[in-house]
Every structure is written in C-alpha cells, then in structure tokens.
Design a protein around this ligand. Structure first.
Ligand code: HAM
Length: 510
C-alpha cells in the first residue's frame, strides 16, 4: 500500500494523457469480494484490455521514447568504446561436435523426460543419488578391451592426476557403495540421472554426451531384482505412450556363455574378454570374431559351441542344448515367469546373442530395442555381482540398467509421440505507467508468495506488446497496474482464455 500511496502522490503527465484504467473497467465491474473464478461476470461486448484503443498504447509509447516496441537501449547513453581489433576472437557459435545446447524448447523436453524418469523411480521406491561427472580415470579402465575404454574423455589435471569424464554411472555407484560400506542397509535401491561422455562415432541417437537414467539394486542375488528393473522400464514406456508393439526387451544370461566356457575348460579370467569379443558379432565379420576368440585362447571347438549357443532364440531350445542343470536356464525361466506375473510378458523375448559390451556383467543381461529396427539399443543393463571386488571391496550382488535420453527421443519422434510442451505462466503483470513499476513488483510478489507464477513486464511496453507476450507465454491472466486503480488498492485482471475482466482488490488477489 505504501507503494500505492507513493505512486498516487507523484504528479504524472502520463495520468493526464492516458485514459484511466477504470474507464475501461467501469462497464464490467463485478464485486471484487467474489473470487474471480466464481464471480458472475456481466457479458460486455467491448473488451476491457483491448489492444485497439490507440490512446492507451500510444500513451505507453509516449512514455518510453527509446522504446521501439521490442525493447532497446536508452537514448543519450554513452556509446561503448570500440573493441580493439586484436581483442576480437570470432567464436564458433555451435557447441562442440556431439554435444548439445538446451535452448528452452529442448530444455522443456529434457525436463519432461527426466520428470518421468524420476517419477517412475519414485513409484518403485528408489532413492536418487548422483556422483561427480569428473572421476578418477582408473575407475573406468578395465582390461577386457571394451569399446568404452577407447571412448574415454581423459586427461591429466593440474595436480597431475589422471581423470576422466564419466562414460557411465555404474563404476561411480560401485565406488559409493564401497565407501558407504556397512552403513548401508541392504538392499539399496538407487537411481540417478546424469550426464555421461563418450567419444563415440556419431549416429542417430548416439552422441558424445548423453544423459543416462540408471536404476540399480544392490544386495539382491535373486532374479526378482532384474524382473523389478525391467518392470520399471516398461512402466516408463507406457507412461510416455510407447507400447509393446513399438519396443521389446531381448534378454539372455552371460551364465549361458560361462557354462559353455567351463565345459571347455576355458579359464575364468577370459570370461570378460570373450563377452566383449562376442558383443561385436553384429559389427564385424564372423571370421574376425572367430579369429579374435582364438587369439585370446578359446579352442576352435569351443568357438563353434559358443556361436551355436548364441544363435538360440527360445528358452526351450536353450534347455535342449545346454541342459537344465545350469543356473542360467533356471534363472531365465524364473524371469519369464515373473514377467508374466508383473504383466509384461509381451515385452520380453529370449535372445542368446545379447551379451552386452561391458565386461562386468555376470548374469542376466537385457536390452531394449525398437521393433522396427531403425535405432540402436534404447536401454540396457544386467547383473554385475563381481564389480565391487574389482575395486577392492567385498562383492555384493548387484544389477541395474542405463537408459539414455537420446534414442528414446528419436523413437518418440518416429512414433509421433513427442509431447507438446509450451511455456505456461499463470500471470503476466504489467505496470501501465513507469512510476508504477514498483507497484507491479509488489503485485508480482504477492502472487508469487501465493505460489502463482508471474512474468513481470520489466519495461514500459505498449499493451499490444504485452498481449503478444501473454500469448507467447500462455499466461492465464493479464494483471494491469494502473494509477487510479492502484490508488484505490485495486488492479485490473483479465482472464485471457475467456476475456473475462474486472478489478480486484489487491488483498483479494488469489
Ligand atoms: P550402456 O549399454 O553402455 O550401459 O549404456 C546404457 C544406455 O545409455 C544405452 O542403451 C543408451 O540408451 C545410452 N547410451 C550409451 N552411450 C550413448 C551415447 N554415446 N549416446 C547416447 N546414448 C548413449 C551402461 O552404461 C551401463 N553402465 C548400464 C548399467 C547400469 N548397467 C548396470 N547398471
């Protein structure tokens, strides 16, 4: 109110020139003690905050000589010193190759995606964690010859430490689990959404930085954990409109390969390496795969057996070939039975060729794929019961998945399922007089304190401009602060969707 009084006391030529706001409001006035939503509004043909009354907008122009309708500099301001030619360094305005800017429209999409990641994780009772993007390089250096090692963004910092931008979140999670040690009560159910860096060859949905949603369960040795994780991804897909006819999961177990290797008396240390070679099966010629397997010490006979097993596409066939004695068949059967109970059987299929390209997986592995076969893996994960001991910790059974932000957006585009996300602000608040900017700030604060979002017009702008902006930001209400209304402790309010308009007392503004 102090602001109102101050504005009222100030003589203003604007007040003489501009028509009073309540001249527009008069025919519309409805008791301001009734909340606007419930007020009986009188139908009035002429709009209150019409953009047409020239006097109004021309007055606003008159008050702002420097204003050309789009904002701008002050007339009479000192011109900046010219920059010396040698100081000018023309920059490339594009972000580094494979990385992205997130202008507002991209950020809205990213926020929408992450919100869904977080909400689904919450539905499954997971807690959010995060780790530094910059980690010690050693965390990501495994000996199995993974592609991810060659894609590492790594360097020496100023303290001569070898560091790397994380290419994935799992090693950091394992580090934190070891650090927390016995203070953790198992099972731990953690999720994270974080940026990862890989110097990848760029393809559709694959870039040099991406965000990954991870969900991991630490401390559960049973397949119930994998079943729960796949269920969470299915829940996510359903939420964003993707169905089992768009996407499926290929599931296998590395234990199948392990059984073949142990039957052929192949050393256990070779297991990771063998898996990494086999994971390249669709990328390089089969003969090269065979050569690589032999070069690490897998016999010709074992190579043939491995390749035969990898072509199996049904659990029954797997059982016929590897027998039902091993753990792999039993676990896979249990997973499919649980999938049935969870209600996502139609989403999953057995495919022995799924091995995954990270050395640490030890059991069930899975990958989400688009059924049209146009895109690379949408997500992937599995069991990694021995990762902790490779970092010097005690092993704890663990499994999880990573789900990137890029491929799923490509998929949503393909299916025409990208959500329409536009900026939406509850109110746009505008002072009709430069002297009333403080009053408008008071109005904005009142509304914000009540949890309403407000776009406050920060300069003197013509009403035409304000209406355009209101449309662009999808404002629900336009609130005009005019001098005579302000003197009476009122503001003009227009519901932009219906055109309803009236004066409301400041202390009744909701
Ligand atoms: P990953 O298969 O390497 O697994 O990556 C998981 C997902 O991250 C991929 O399926 C894909 O959606 C996304 N992704 C990976 N690289 C890129 C890239 N260059 N550009 C865009 N998206 C990409 C892992 O990272 C494991 N750490 C997942 C995990 C968590 N396993 C257990 N817990």
């Amino acid at each position: 109110m102090a602001a109102a009084a101050a504005a009222a006391a100030k003589p203003s030529s604007f007040l003489i020139l501009r028509p009073r706001l309540n001249q527009f409001l008069k025919p519309l006035f409805v008791s301001s003690s009734v909340p606007l939503g419930r007020a009986r509004l009188l139908p009035i043909p002429t709009p209150l905050f019409s953009t047409t009354p020239r006097t109004h907008s021309s007055v606003a122009f008159a008050r702002s000589p420097s204003d050309n309708g789009g904002g701008g500099g002050r007339s009479g301001a000192l011109a900046p010193e010219p920059v010396a030619a040698e100081e000018v360094q023309k920059i490339d305005v594009n972000p580094p190759k494979g990385t992205r800017d997130f202008p507002p429209e991209e950020m809205r999409l990213r926020n929408w995606l992450f919100r869904n990641f977080r909400e689904v994780s919450g539905l499954f009772g997971f807690e959010e964690v995060d780790f530094p993007v910059l980690e010690s390089e050693a965390l990501f250096v495994r000996k199995a010859g993974e592609e991810i090692r060659d894609q590492l963004y790594c360097f020496e910092d100023r303290g001569n430490r070898r560091v790397a931008l994380r290419p994935e979140l799992t090693p950091s999670l394992a580090r934190l689990v070891i650090q927390k040690g016995k203070s953790l009560s198992l099972p731990v159910k953690w999720f994270a959404v974080g940026q990862c860096w890989r110097y990848e060859r760029m393809t559709r949905g694959r870039r040099r930085e991406h965000y990954q949603w991870n969900m991991d369960i630490i401390g559960v040795p049973e397949v119930t954990a994998e079943a729960e994780l796949i269920s969470s991804i299915v829940t996510f897909f359903k939420r964003i409109g993707i169905t089992a006819s768009d996407v499926g999961f290929k599931v296998s177990s590395r234990k199948v390969l392990q059984e073949v290797l142990s039957r052929n008396s192949i050393r256990e240390e070779l297991f990771g390496k063998v898996c990494i070679i086999i994971d390249k099966i669709e990328k390089i010629p089969l003969d090269d795969i065979k050569k690589e397997l032999k070069s690490v010490g897998v016999s010709t006979e074992a190579v043939e057996q491995l390749l035969q097993v990898l072509s199996i596409k049904s659990l029954t066939e797997l059982e016929e070939i590897v027998g039902d004695a091993g753990e792999s068949v039993a676990e896979l059967k249990q997973l499919f039975s649980l999938a049935d109970k969870f209600g996502y059987s139609e989403w999953i299929q057995f495919d022995a060729s799924i091995v995954r390209g990270l050395a640490y997986y030890t059991g069930i592995v899975f990958e989400g794929f688009d059924r049209e076969g146009k895109l690379r893996a949408i997500c992937g994960g599995g069991r990694y019961d021995r990762l902790l001991s490779t970092f010097g910790g005690d092993d704890i059974p663990a499994c999880g998945f990573g789900f990137g932000d890029a491929v799923v957006v490509e998929l949503l585009k393909e299916k025409g399922l990208l959500p329409e996300l536009s900026l939406q602000v509850d109110n746009i608040v505008c002072a009709l007089d430069h002297d009333l900017q403080g009053a408008a700030a008071t109005v904005a604060s009142i509304l914000r304190d009540k949890g309403q979002s407000v776009d406050l017009v920060l300069e003197n702008k013509p009403l035409k401009w304000v209406f355009k902006r209101a449309a662009r930001i999808n404002a629900d209400r336009l609130i005009l602060v005019g001098s005579s209304e302000w003197q009476r402790g009122m503001v003009g309010v227009k519901i932009l969707s219906t055109g309803e308009q009236r004066e409301i007392k400041l202390d009744e503004l909701e």
